[in-house]
Ligand binder design. Structure first.
Ligand code: ZN
Ligand code: ZN
Length: 389
């Protein structure tokens, strides 16, 4: 019997507007787009922010192209959730078929999402019109409260508290349950309850964490977003297993997101900050949830050999110190072989012995764990770090 495994990929995690500021590089600057491959091969795409373009350029049709069918859920019509659509290349390929789901906006009326497509591609906003989009497109209206199944997966939609409305989606697959609740603000009793319904017992609960709790209580009240602290509260009350902080503020640097994540981890066991390129596997044997960062975003590396002392925290939160060799180094980071398994997105102190003019010198660097792979040596893991100073 094969184990049902679902794979959740983060293609865009930034809220409001894309960022290209180097200080936001590590978590990424593309606006919301997630991809969930269910164990039965069904491909779900959640939101069509600028991350959708990257998904399109690496696109592999589900089921090896035999039955190219993809289900795309759009939470609402704010720019950051739709602006990737014209740049999603699979939409221009004739044999592809896409099922779009979104709500009827009172500002647009019938076929809201279809109208959004047409308006986005109307001249002079975009150089080609809709007739260039050759893929089959089917549009389905969903309402908060709806529940339906797609093959062996159950979808639930609920309204969230956000200006002009926003839907949250819960997808239950045989590999695990993902609740996607971006763009929501606490404070409306009925919608707060809907959010908890979506998150109830979910393996992965993705929640808006754009603002700090202080901002949310003062200057950003009423803007339609949430904080890491609210996410922790909901995760706890609803019994969600892993919380993912999402929709990072365009003004939040990587260092600021690091800090929000650190605080959230002090309050809740399993938290990640959504990061472009991050892949979470659900339902793999032994562990409920495994997070990985693929190596594609790391810089070109040079082979090197430095003696290093590495200290940090393990997955279980225990401090460790270990001596190793750094063999793979770039200006931005290094690949380090370790016997200990550090926690993804945690900080490591790396002290390297580097030969200099006055003999061997110790070079102290602060590293941040961005990926963990199986090590080349037995009993080791290969840990990718980005140096943060
Ligand atoms: Zn948004
Ligand atoms: Zn919004």
């Amino acid at each position: 019997m094969t184990v049902p495994i679902a794979k959740l990929s983060f293609w865009g995690v930034r809220g409001s507007t894309p960022t290209v500021d180097p200080a936001t590089w590590r978590y990424g600057g593309n606006t919301p787009c997630l991809e969930l491959i269910a164990p039965d091969g069904t491909q779900f795409i959640l939101d069509c922010g600028t991350g959708l373009r990257m998904l399109g350029s690496r696109w592999a049709a589900p089921n090896g192209g035999k039955n190219p069918e993809t289900h795309i859920f759009v939470t609402h019509y704010h720019w950051d959730h739709i602006q990737g659509i014209p740049f999603f290349s699979p939409l221009y390929v004739e044999n592809n078929e896409f099922h779009f789901y979104s709500f009827r906006s009172k500002y647009l009326g019938r076929d809201s999402l279809k109208q959004v497509f047409e308006a986005q591609m109307a001249l002079p906003y975009f150089p080609v019109d809709m007739s260039a989009m050759n893929a089959k497109r089917k549009f389905k209206e969903v309402d908060g409260g709806d529940s339906f199944t797609i093959r062996e997966n159950k979808i639930t939609a609920r309204w969230l508290n956000h200006p002009q409305g926003c839907l949250g989606f819960r997808i239950e697959t045989p590999g695990g349950t993902v609740a996607y609740a971006t763009d929501n603000e606490p404070g409306d009793a009925k919608l707060d309850a809907s959010l908890r319904e979506l998150a109830a017992g979910a393996d992965i609960f993705i929640n808006d964490a754009q603002f700090t709790p202080e901002q949310l209580a003062t200057t950003r009240k009423g803007w339609g977003h949430s904080s890491w602290l609210e996410g922790v509260r909901v995760a706890r009350e609803a019994g969600a297993k892993t919380l993912v902080l999402f929709h990072h503020d365009p003004d939040s640097t990587d260092r600021m997101v690091d800090l929000l994540l650190k605080r959230a981890r002090e309050e809740f066991d399993s938290v990640f900050a959504a990061s472009e390129g991050m892949v979470i596997t659900l339902g793999a044997p032994g562990e409920g949830v495994q997070a990985h960062m693929p190596g594609t975003r790391t810089a070109l590396r040079r082979e090197a050999q430095f003696h290093a002392k590495v200290s940090g925290l393990t997955e279980g939160g225990k401090a460790f110190e270990e001596e190793t060799m750094v063999r793979d180094l770039s200006l931005q980071g290094a690949l380090i072989s370790l016997k200990h398994l550090p926690q993804l997105q945690s900080e490591l102190q790396v002290t390297m012995e580097a030969p200099g003019e006055n003999g061997v010198q110790a070079m102290k660097l602060r590293g941040y764990v961005v990926r963990i792979d199986e090590g080349a040596e037995k009993g080791h893991v290969a840990v990718g770090v980005v140096f943060t100073d």
